[in-house]
Ligand binder design. Structure first.
Ligand code: ATP
Ligand code: ZN
Length: 289
């Protein structure tokens, strides 16, 4: 730990970079970051951010070259490094999927028996087929796996997809999903045993969790006649109970509460029906429960 600072490795230039940098910034970390940088020092937190290729991050975390890292869960499933997963970060969503050319007659996994599968995820692929007792020939390709069926090298591919548009573009059709993935925060097991480091990691985790829980909530303010208050209280599944304040208009109150994203629209519809008006919805920046 140089200068008593914790080290966090993130992807230098790729699909996870922008969202990771913005996640760190929304956690209140202040640092410079631009394309050619190798590392950044946080101005307001004892943390160094190191920019590397995503494939190297789990090795660096495992060896203790860095204390923490952000990578896709897919790499952890594939590499199975000796690291500790601390958090799911709720971005970088994608899935590892098995696909065949659109015009292929193959419709099920079983029909791939003795066929060749191209992938950058050989371990995940091997595990998937072994579990189902299907013998296949797996070839490892580093980039542009989608091209292999067109070149006649493989009958199917196993690759990461998020929207499926790359597959459609290359005339491929998904037949099965191996697993879902998202960005995760990893830690070196020894760093978690070091008292000084865990103190800083715990502080960082409080910030990260605050940002993550805020994403699941909305702050709502509304006006309502006082007599419907009991019904409104029942309708809002808020954190605790809503905050109530009187309005200048006699018989009316203002109600403030926090609503969970997944029941948000049902709750708003209920409140409107009950007689609430001037409903104002705000995003929650951080939520420390
Ligand atoms: P690097 O140059 O760092 O090795 P890379 O080309 O291997 O980068 P990216 O394509 O930038 O990696 O993907 C980084 C991570 O982004 C993936 O490991 C995965 O977790 C996530 N991801 C999200 N959506 C997708 C997608 N559609 N395709 C591939 N990866 C995705
Ligand atoms: Zn990579």
């Amino acid at each position: 730990m140089i200068n008593n600072k914790l080290k966090l490795a993130i992807q230098k230039n790729g699909r996870l970079t922008e969202e990771t940098v913005s996640f760190l910034r929304s956690s209140g970390l202040e640092f410079e970051s631009y394309q050619q940088r190798l590392f950044s020092t946080c101005r307001n937190f004892p943390l160094e951010i190191v920019y590397v290729r995503d494939d190297d991050i789990s090795d660096y975390v495992e060896s203790g070259a860095v204390d923490l890292g952000v990578v896709g869960q897919n790499l952890i499933n594939e590499i199975r490094p000796n690291v500790k997963k601390l958090l799911n970060l709720r971005y970088g969503f994608c899935s590892l999927s098995l696909a065949v050319p659109k015009e292929s007659t193959i419709k099920s996994v079983k029909e791939l028996e003795n066929k060749t599968i191209a992938t950058s995820y050989p371990s995940s692929t091997e595990y998937f087929f072994k579990k189902q007792n299907i013998k296949v020939n797996i070839i490892k390709i580093k980039g542009s796996v989608e091209i292999t069926p067109i070149l006649g090298i493989a009958s199917a591919i196993v690759d990461l997809v998020s929207t499926g548009s790359t597959l459609a573009l290359n005339d491929l059709r998904i037949i099965e999903k191996l697993y879902d993935s998202e960005a995760v925060l990893l830690a070196n097991p020894l760093s978690l045993k070091n008292e000084k480091k865990t103190k800083i990691i715990d502080k960082l985790l409080i910030r990260f969790k605050g940002v993550l829980s805020a994403k699941n909530y909305k702050y709502v303010m509304m006006n309502a006649p006082i007599q419907i208050l009991p019904k409104i209280k029942k309708a809002i599944p808020g954190l605790k109970s809503p905050t109530i304040s009187p309005l200048a208009n006699p018989g009316w109150i203002s109600i403030q509460s926090v609503i969970k994203e997944d029941v948000f629209w049902q709750t708003i519809e209920k409140l409107k029906k009950l007689g609430a008006s001037d409903i104002l919805v705000l995003p929650v920046e951080k939520l420390i429960i």
